[in-house]
Design a protein around this ligand. Structure first.
Ligand SMILES: [Zn+2]
Length: 352
């Protein structure tokens, strides 16, 4: 399905503009790129199996032999789109769907697997069209999306017989999502991108993005502990960070939260660094001169608002950002964001 570029909340799928509270990744390229499913040969299927608890995120790459091992099925959703899903995940999804229908909750599959080759094609198209710098900034790196696994499923809702597919519409039904989320673990699924854990997962809250892990007991444990998959697997060792929006007469808390989510998502790509706190630096940090400076340094954007956040964090052995030193505490590490009147927050600079 097509999604309007300017109204995208999120972004687990791939191409991005820094808009709303998500962490980059419009999925509007999806229908323009044909799926390239390479079925494994019968011998390969017998001799190899995928690891259903594999971690793929912005810092953990899909293993090189994954796509060779992967067995998928294709289904057609209520809109008529072809969706490719890992086989066991699809069986489990059908059971979940049937169970939900008993409670008059109706869902369908928006999207699931996207191959690394498809993602690379999008990257190449964007590079050709807009240049390398823009492509790197806006397209998810091939190999680093959970959707490559075939185990990540994006749902949409069917309400009173109508397809509700746009992110900003789907979030209007928290009660329905609660009912869906309550049943996920029974079928071996977890909710992947939790609200307020963007600094760990690298993505804004996505009630529709579920992940199959092939083990209802583990799924129940993760759900009951209210932890991210990264924490469960020991890939994130820090504690729960303190996020402080302070008080502002310039911005609503919702607005500041959207900015903080952008920062948190980018922080997650630092690679294992542990966030301690993130706070709004206050209205007094924002001056007309600072906004002018940002506009001078980013010609053509015409930002009308700016905000600064300060972050305390600890780096681990190999911080993904090479400007950071290993095993060091950073305090009041600055982040600047800006936005125009019609677009969401964009990160302008960090660390200086
Ligand atoms: Zn997704």
């Amino acid at each position: 399905m097509q999604k309007a570029f300017s109204t995208i909340l999120c972004l687990c799928l791939c191409v991005t503009a820094a808009v709303f509270s998500g962490c980059g990744g419009a999925s509007n390229q999806q229908s323009t790129v044909p799926a390239a499913a390479e079925p494994a040969s019968a011998d390969e299927i017998k001799s190899s199996e995928i690891d259903y608890t594999a971690l793929v995120n912005k810092t953990h790459k899909l293993s090189d032999d994954w796509e060779k091992k992967l067995q998928t099925v294709h289904m057609t959703n209520s809109i008529g789109d072809d969706v490719e899903v890992e086989k066991k995940s699809y069986d489990a999804y059908l059971k979940l769907k049937a169970d939900l229908e008993k409670d008059s909750v109706f869902v369908d599959l928006d999207s699931a697997r996207r191959s690394v080759a498809d993602q690379q094609r999008i990257m190449d198209e964007f590079t050709e069209q807009y240049g390398k710098e823009y492509a790197l900034k806006t397209v998810a790196t091939p190999g680093f999306s959970e959707h490559h696994t075939g185990l990540a499923l994006d749902l949409y809702l069917i309400i009173d017989g109508k397809d509700v597919t746009e992110n900003e519409d789907m979030v209007k039904y928290p009660g329905i999502w609660d009912k869906i989320h309550a049943k996920l673990a029974d079928y071996g699924f977890i909710l992947r991108y939790l609200d307020g854990r963007e600094y760990i997962t690298g993505y804004g809250y996505e009630p529709w993005h579920i992940r199959y892990i092939d083990d209802p007991k583990k799924a129940r444990e993760i759900t009951d502990k209210n932890i991210t998959f990264e924490e469960y697997l020991g890939a994130y060792k820090g504690g729960k960070a303190v996020i402080d929006y302070g008080t502002s007469t310039l911005y609503s808390e919702e607005d500041l939260k959207a900015a903080a989510v952008q920062v948190a998502c980018r922080f997650a790509s630092f690679g294992g660094c542990e966030l301690r706190s993130l706070k709004y630096a206050g209205d007094e940090a924002v001056s007309t001169e600072k906004l002018s400076q940002i506009n001078r340094e980013n010609p053509g954007r015409n930002y009308t608002k700016a905000a600064e956040f300060l972050m305390d964090f600890y780096t681990t052995e190999n911080p993904g950002d090479t400007t950071l030193e290993a095993f060091r505490d950073y305090t009041d590490y600055p982040w600047w964001l800006a936005r125009t009147d019609k677009d969401g927050w964009e990160i302008i600079s960090f660390g200086n």
